[in-house]
Design a protein around this ligand. Structure first.
Ligand SMILES: Cc1cc2nc3c(=O)[nH]c(=O)nc-3n(C[C@H](O)[C@H](O)[C@H](O)COP(=O)(O)OP(=O)(O)OC[C@H]3O[C@@H](n4cnc5c(N)ncnc54)[C@H](O)[C@@H]3O)c2cc1C
Length: 463
């Protein structure tokens, strides 16, 4: 609804930024009504589309003056509902802040605006022989600002860490219009409190990230990929340990349980990889040199495991196309998410030594209590990050029950309720299961310090 308040606000924003930076157009507003989660859609009255970091700060100054609530949006691929507008909020979209500003091709650092899409950055640096290792299924739409705000993980954390480890510097616009320019470009910097860390992973609660300085890696000449069929979770855990010891280039170890493989095959129309079904599959990737050494090392390690009986079968990709086929099931998560709606999508963290017990218990309880739903288990085993996709649930109460069941089990196992997607609105009530009251109180104090009128991303994260 475009009422007199939003017309007045639109006018003030147009004066500060230019008329083409703010719109009440219904089709545009519709496109900004939801992220990828199942949080209820809400069409915002206005969408602000700044083109420069300075315009973001100016927009905040106007919003603060009008005490207008606002939600920051990146590529809208978030799975926690944090970027979905709530009633009465306008949208601040960072999509037009998409310039690559400076590339130090000698030192291997790059300065980008927050709206640059992950895949665009990956391609850009690879042309110059560098590599940005953060990688996830949403690469074609998610933005680097969103990746930082959610401290995104993905497929290669095992070797290269999460987004936090990629960030040397950040520029942030605070909700009162102040700009914190922390565009550090050196790996070492011991000059007081490292303020940028407050904004990484805090889901836009404290400010809008406008620029990032990112650390690159030398581009690996080749990737080696294999899919292993395993008899048990324990066999997978042992294989991971062996490969970590033997293969310094090990970059991914993705685990998929049999039901996940079956469902992925259905939604993505894939042929089963092996003639027989196995309880668990591990997708292994190493990144190394172009010669045959890395391939030989992978084949030798997996050959020994096969001979020792610790894996049951294995396919080692012999071409880039075959590697893509091996990744296809793991990459079908977007389709699986769509096919199980309305669903509960979990991204919990579980310590390695508690993982098997936790998965067996959850798998048995979910199947007994919710027999009509699908419960698919997969994850980034090397990071203790377990995904469970469970659905569809057409009954709100059942959805809530399944969430409580999973989060309590994870909390009892000493894990955390989100290892990568964040809390947003969908996990907010469960946050006290993994954060103490003293921690929550400090988070509240920080929020109030930086955003005293609570205009920015209000009602997210904190219970
Ligand atoms: C198919 C698929 C696969 C995925 N796989 C993974 C995975 O493997 N690992 C993983 O970690 N995540 C994964 N995700 C989740 C998602 O892609 C990430 O959370 C991503 O980092 C979000 O980026 P975005 O730009 O889309 O952010 P949005 O969805 O737009 O926003 C997410 C949050 O960040 C805030 N935000 C966005 N931009 C800014 C900014 N510039 N400044 C301050 N706050 C901001 C928003 O307010 C919101 O709180 C996946 C999602 C999909 C759909």
């Amino acid at each position: 609804m475009h009422d007199s308040h939003s017309m007045f606000l639109q006018d003030a924003l147009a004066k500060a930024l230019g008329a083409d930076r703010v719109t009440a157009d219904r089709a545009t507003a519709d496109a900004h009504a939801a992220d990828w989660s199942d949080a209820p859609r809400c069409v915002p009255p206005l969408v602000i589309q700044p083109r420069t970091p300075e315009e973001v700060a100016r927009a905040f100054a106007v919003l603060a003056q009008h005490r207008q609530r606002v939600v920051v949006q990146g590529g809208l691929t978030g799975l926690a509902g944090a970027a979905t507008p709530q009633a009465g909020e306008v949208v601040l979209s960072l999509a037009r802040l998409n310039a690559i500003e400076a590339f130090d091709t000698t030192g291997g650092t790059i300065t980008v605006q927050a709206g640059v899409v992950l895949e665009q950055l990956q391609g850009h640096v690879e042309e110059a022989g560098w590599f940005f290792p953060l990688d996830l299924g949403a690469r074609g739409s998610c933005q680097l600002g969103g990746n930082a705000a959610t401290n995104a993980g993905g497929n290669r954390v095992l070797r290269f860490g999460t987004m936090r480890e990629r960030i040397l510097g950040l520029e942030v616009a605070l909700p009162d219009g102040t700009v914190l320019s922390m565009l550090n470009r050196t790996t070492k910097n011991t000059t007081g409190i490292d303020l940028k860390q407050l904004f990484i992973g805090s889901e836009g609660m404290l400010g809008a990230i406008t620029r990032l300085v990112l650390k690159l890696e030398p581009k690996p000449a080749a990737a080696q990929t294999a899919l292993c069929a395993l008899g048990s979770f324990d066999a997978a855990a042992q294989l991971l340990k062996t490969l970590r010891m033997r293969l310094p280039g090990l970059s991914s170890f993705e685990l998929m349980w049999d039901d996940f493989m079956l469902a992925a095959g259905e939604v993505a129309h894939l042929k089963p990889p092996f003639a027989t079904r196995y309880p668990v599959y591990a997708l292994v990737e190493t990144l190394g040199d172009a010669g045959d050494d890395a391939q030989r090392a992978l084949e030798a390690a997996l050959g020994d495991a096969l001979e020792a009986g610790s894996i049951d079968d294995v396919i080692v990709a012999q071409s880039i196309d075959q590697a893509k086929q091996l990744w296809a099931a793991r990459e079908s998560v977007g389709e699986l998410l769509a096919a199980t709606r309305p669903h509960a999508a979990f991204d919990v963290g579980v310590p390695m030594d508690a993982m098997e017990r936790c998965v067996s218990m959850l798998s048995a309880s979910l199947r007994t209590r919710f027999p009509a739903q699908r419960h698919l288990f997969f994850g980034h085993l090397g990071d203790g990050n377990l995904h469970v996709l469970s659905g569809p649930y057409h009954d709100e109460a059942a959805l809530h029950d399944v969430e409580r069941l999973v989060y309590e089990a994870v909390s009892d196992a000493g894990g955390c309720i989100s290892a990568e997607h964040g809390i947003g609105v969908v996990k907010r009530e469960f946050l006290p299961l993994t954060r103490s009251e003293a921690e929550l109180e400090l988070m509240r104090k920080l929020k109030t310090l930086l955003d005293p009128s609570h205009i920015l991303n209000a009602g997210r994260v904190m219970p």
